[in-house]
Write a protein that binds this ligand. Structure first.
Ligand SMILES: Nc1ncnc2c1ncn2[C@@H]1O[C@H](COP(=O)(O)OP(=O)(O)OP(=O)(O)O)[C@@H](O)[C@H]1O
Length: 470
């Protein structure tokens, strides 16, 4: 990396951030070195390092990478005579630090966070950029996440704040962080001047505690109250942490009063977060609260197909046999992260051994994942759910009657058994009153056809699948 390259990057940054921001925040940065994927800068003050890392880090990283310099992180050192000062923990440092210290902090209000496990500040502090992979383009939309996606899109358009806050909630690995980053990217693209601050609730707490320790509460308040958009991920983390909740509450109110957009994510509905103060809960419920439902088969398949396309550039010779993605979509229903991990492993394995990804290779390579996610849903459970849903007796589903009002639910049940259990067609037939496997196959095919032409059947199947997978 030469000084000239940094000079060029600065010119490009000037265009993106505008003259005022450039003069205040970018011009004073002195590039010290680029080493091991980390670009280190000298900054005049700790506050400035913090501000730049929060507001411009992803832009700077983006420019580095565009110029061919592989930089994953930024680090800031306070220049001149002052010793190296902490600026900000990376997301990974904050999360991965091995042994959290038990620290007691007493704030001005006398509240203690001592029962909290507070991590000690890392020595070398860096910026956590937005993940460039988490954009709207790479987010696959299906029934379970369409509302959350639509709400995220609306907020990402910017303009007057219509619902505040936007709360996205749902189980692990269903795309909350992805959607938040996508909003941030889009907002920044539409208006590069916008101050968008994204951080986890854990980082919020850590920064708050650090500000208390270093007696820099004014800087803290200034930083958080001067943003245009605040995004706090995994807000359930602050439950039970009294002083942090208090500060979060005040930050929240100050921003809402200024009509600044707030976006929050949580692993469950705000009302169900234990040890979250009622006043915080009620603030979170004031805006739009949308959930990301567990994925369904179609969404999982769509995500897998998209990821395969995205990976084509890394593995141009990639060949995947028919049925492999369907198998993964059926069998790995826990969360998208596990699904992605399975695919990544499969690609790496296939390219190492130079083989096509077929069923055998998949079973070998992912034996552990497939075993762990073996379906627990039983044929009986499906028969019971289907009979309840159509309001008929279970014996009518299993029995010989050929009336349409029994035959169709029976076919739906057979279809679900094929999709959601690992039973073979003859086994399924046996459990449906000793029917032949060809009858089961016919039933499964019939439902597959009907799903595409009969909206009611498609909905029935979907509802049943959801309730079985819940
Ligand atoms: N609909 C989707 N389309 C494409 N990728 C998705 C989708 N949903 C989730 N993912 C991917 O799955 C992974 C996990 O998603 P993400 O980190 O956003 O989950 P999360 O809901 O924030 O989970 P956690 O509760 O653990 O923080 C990411 O790599 C993300 O890109």
């Amino acid at each position: 990396m030469t000084d000239d390259t940094w000079g060029l990057l600065r010119k490009r940054l000037l265009k993106t951030v505008g003259q005022n921001n450039f003069t205040t925040w970018i011009e004073p940065l002195e590039l010290d070195q680029v080493d091991g994927g980390v670009a280190t800068f000298h900054v005049p003050t700790n506050f400035m390092g913090n501000y730049v890392s929060q507001n411009f880090a992803d832009l700077i990283l983006h420019e580095f990478n565009k110029s061919g310099e592989a930089v994953q992180r930024l680090a800031f050192k306070v220049a001149a005579n002052s010793p190296t000062r902490p600026v900000q923990p990376t997301m990974s440092e904050a999360i991965e630090e091995p042994a959290p210290l038990q620290t007691t902090v007493v704030d001005q209000l006398g509240n203690q966070e001592g029962n909290t496990s507070v991590k000690s500040p890392p020595e070398d502090l860096q910026a956590a950029p937005l993940d460039p992979r988490f954009t709207f383009d790479s987010f696959v939309v299906g029934k379970p996440n369409e509302l959350a996606h639509a709400a995220a899109r609306r907020v990402a358009e910017g303009g007057p704040v219509t619902f505040n806050p936007l709360v996205l909630y749902g189980g692990v690995g269903l795309g909350k962080t992805h959607l938040m980053h996508a909003i941030a990217w889009e907002l920044k693209e539409r208006n590069p001047e916008l101050n968008v601050l994204y951080l986890s609730a854990e980082q919020f707490m850590y920064r708050f505690v650090q500000a208390l320790r270093e007696r820099k509460m004014m800087d803290f308040k200034h930083l958080f109250r001067s943003v245009d958009v605040l995004m706090v991920d995994d807000v359930q983390f602050i439950a039970g942490k009294d002083s942090t909740q208090e500060e979060f509450f005040h930050t929240f109110n100050a921003l809402v009063d200024q009509n600044k957009q707030i976006i929050i994510s949580a692993d469950r509905a705000p009302g169900e977060i234990k040890d979250l103060e009622d006043r915080v809960k009620s603030r979170l419920q004031c805006g739009l609260v949308v959930d990301l439902h567990p994925t369904d088969y179609e969404l999982r398949l769509g995500i897998l197909q998209t990821k395969v396309q995205q990976n084509r550039k890394n593995y141009p010779d990639l060949k995947i046999a028919d049925g492999v993605l369907e198998l993964l979509a059926h069998r790995i229903s826990t969360n998208v992260r596990v699904l992605e991990g399975a695919l990544t492993r499969l690609f790496a394995f296939a390219s190492l051994v130079g083989r096509e990804i077929d069923m055998d290779l998949t079973q070998d390579c992912l034996a552990d994942v497939l075993r762990a996610s073996e379906r627990k849903i039983t044929v009986e459970e499906i028969q019971r759910k289907v009979s309840e849903y159509y309001n008929i007796r279970m014996s009518d589903i299993i029995g010989p009657k050929r009336l349409r009002s029994y035959a169709r639910p029976r076919q739906v049940a057979m279809y679900l058994c094929k999709q959601l259990t690992s039973r073979s067609l003859p086994e399924i037939g046996r459990r449906f009153g000793g029917r032949d496997h060809t009858t089961v196959m016919h039933g499964v095919r019939r439902i597959e056809e009907l799903k595409t032409i009969d909206g009611q059947i498609a909905e029935d199947v979907e509802m049943l699948r959801r309730s079985l997978e819940a």
